[in-house]
Design a protein. Sequence first.
Length: 103
Amino acid sequence: MKVTGATDNETRCRHYHEENDIIAIKFYCCKEYYSCYKCHAEYGCGQHKVWPKAKFAEKAILCGKCKYELTIDDYLNGGYSCPNCHASFNPGCSIHYHLYFSR
């Protein structure tokens, strides 16, 4: 899975680069993976749209540790970890959910 923008091998970017900043999000507007909304603003399509709730069963989250794709529902209800490799995700990302997902 390709992540657009400048990232390390576990999807961390210059904006978010803590140990547990290891997810990338497929943006609804362009269907491309980015590490964060700031990367999408810099490198993306310019047509920012959030995922509608009716599409939360689609795979749109990439674990940077094992490259497993999660559905949005899996991610939002997964307790901040990958169901495949059990790597921890940053719980602080939840303050930005409104930038990616409708509620």
